[in-house]
Write a protein that binds this ligand. Structure first.
Ligand code: 4AD
Ligand code: MG
Length: 435
């Protein structure tokens, strides 16, 4: 019988089996019937296929089963593959047999509209939807493309620790935990460790989860997000910007190459993504202030840019734009002052277009021991915790720098999503730690 010999095939690969019997193991996405035919839309994780059950062609048991199947029940379908341009994915199955594996009762996410809180409460099931599926597949490619880029550019992967003794990006957003009686913090950034790695390997990067106790409930903030952080010895601001534009262009290119169907499902206009090619425009903080004022924003020199300012700036360019030379006092303690103008630093943020705002932050680091010690004091940071970091300026200090790129913000921009919450499988936001 066909069902004993038919191979199990991924929906993705059905094209290689036209005219042949196969089995698809999956879940019922949706179904509808019309008289003597039941159309089962089956998803298996790789794709969706329509399985057509015709009362005329199957045993009574199969027919009854097909009509009783509920949304998200798991099943094994045996049928013959037929090419059909109108079918989702381009192929359909003419069903011979059907095995119910588990009957799902009252699946909570129905094809009707649900509120976002309800969906987030059911995130573990929401992942099965087409839209979430598309976003997370693109995420997977994005992560792979990041690694591919750094491999190609000769960077060594050096994993940074998650439990750390000290702050990198300010003490107000630390998640504190207890480390056998001493305080420890979840990593805000692997940067300081990458500086050590750069002095050992020349070029290094880390890529992992980072944590910020951000008391902000914006569409750009997560408490836990993934950041890739390259660091280079013998590098200045220009090298850092060139690396960043190379990375962003590479990952956008890979997504365009591999995910046209997903981008279409997300209704993403890809024209702005096609324009993402180096070199990216660069403006200084001073020039950015001018642009903001011309666009009616009342900003004083010295103020940090919030989401609104970033949106205006990123809307002023048709591709990602670097903003460089920020005032020193609004940036982190490790940023190197510009030699000719010490009130600004050799830092760069990359703002994504279409109003998305900052996706990358980085720059050149202080390489002078005295100055770094002074900054640690000025920022009221505990010097003991940074002794090892100071060592990097004691033993063969060189100009160096790098940046951090937040995967979720990049993904939100690439996918054209209004909020970062759908860009990570299980988002951690101000009011959410479940599921
Ligand atoms: O600008 P940030 O804070 O820079 C650093 O952490 C540096 N130590 C990185 C480095 O130079 N190695 O963060 C870098 C990027 C941001 O541009 C943004 O993309 C992302 O990390 N990011 C967040 N993404 C989501 N939610 C948050 N709360 C984020 N905070 C930063
Ligand atoms: Mg930043």
């Amino acid at each position: 019988m066909a069902e004993q010999t038919a191979p199990r095939v991924d929906v993705d690969d059905l094209g290689q089996y036209v005219g042949k019997p196969v089995q698809v193991w999956g879940w019922l996405f949706n179904s509808r019937s019309s008289g003597r035919i039941v159309f089962l839309l089956v998803r298996d994780g790789t794709g969706l296929v329509q399985a057509v059950v015709s009362q005329r062609d199957v045993e009574g048991r199969v027919w009854d089963q097909a009509r009783r199947l509920t949304q998200e029940s798991s099943l094994k379908v045996t049928g013959t593959v037929r090419a059909d341009e109108r079918a989702p994915g381009g192929f359909e199955l003419l069903v011979q047999d059907l095995e119910l594996v588990h009957l799902a009762v009252d699946y909570p996410i129905t094809p009707k509209e649900h509120g976002v809180d309800f969906l987030l409460d059911h995130r573990h099931l929401w992942l099965r939807s087409r839209r979430q599926h598309a976003i997370l597949r693109i995420r997977s490619t994005l992560v792979g493309a990041v690694r591919e880029f750094f491999d190609r550019e000769g960077f060594v992967l050096v994993d940074a620790p998650i439990l750390t003794p000290a702050a990198v990006e300010g003490t107000t957003t630390l998640f504190r935990t207890d480390y056998f009686g001493t305080p420890a913090y979840l990593s805000q950034s692997g940067q300081l460790y990458m500086e050590a790695a750069a002095m050992a390997f020349g070029r290094a990067y880390c890529f992992g989860p980072t944590f910020r106790a951000e008391h902000s409930k914006t569409r750009r903030h997560l408490m836990e997000f993934w950041m890739v952080e390259p660091e280079m010895a013998w590098a200045g601001l220009d090298d850092i910007c060139r690396l960043a534009e190379g990375l962003v262009s590479h990952v956008v290119g890979r997504v365009l190459e591999r995910h046209r169907p997903e981008l279409a499902l997300l209704e993403r206009d890809t024209a702005p993504l096609e324009r993402v090619r180096p070199p990216f425009p660069r403006v200084t903080y001073d020039e950015a202030i001018e642009i903001l004022r011309k666009n009616g924003a009342a900003v004083e020199w010295g103020a940090d840019f919030g989401g609104d300012e970033e949106t205006i700036l990123s809307n002023a360019f048709d591709r990602p734009v670097f903003v460089t030379h920020y005032p020193a006092h609004i940036k982190a303690f490790y940023m190197k002052p510009a030699p000719d103008r010490p009130e600004v630093v050799l830092g760069a943020d990359l703002l994504a277009p279409e109003g998305y705002g900052e996706i990358i932050g980085g720059g050149q680091r202080i390489d002078d021991l005295e100055l770094l010690m002074r900054r640690i004091e000025e920022h009221h940071l505990p010097k003991e915790a940074y002794e090892w970091y100071l060592d990097l300026r004691r033993y063969g200090s060189v100009p160096h720098g790098g940046f951090g790129m937040g995967i979720e913000r990049v993904l939100a921009w690439i996918c054209g999503l209004p909020h970062v919450r759908e860009t990570i499988p299980f988002p951690r936001t101000l009011y959410r730690l479940y599921p």
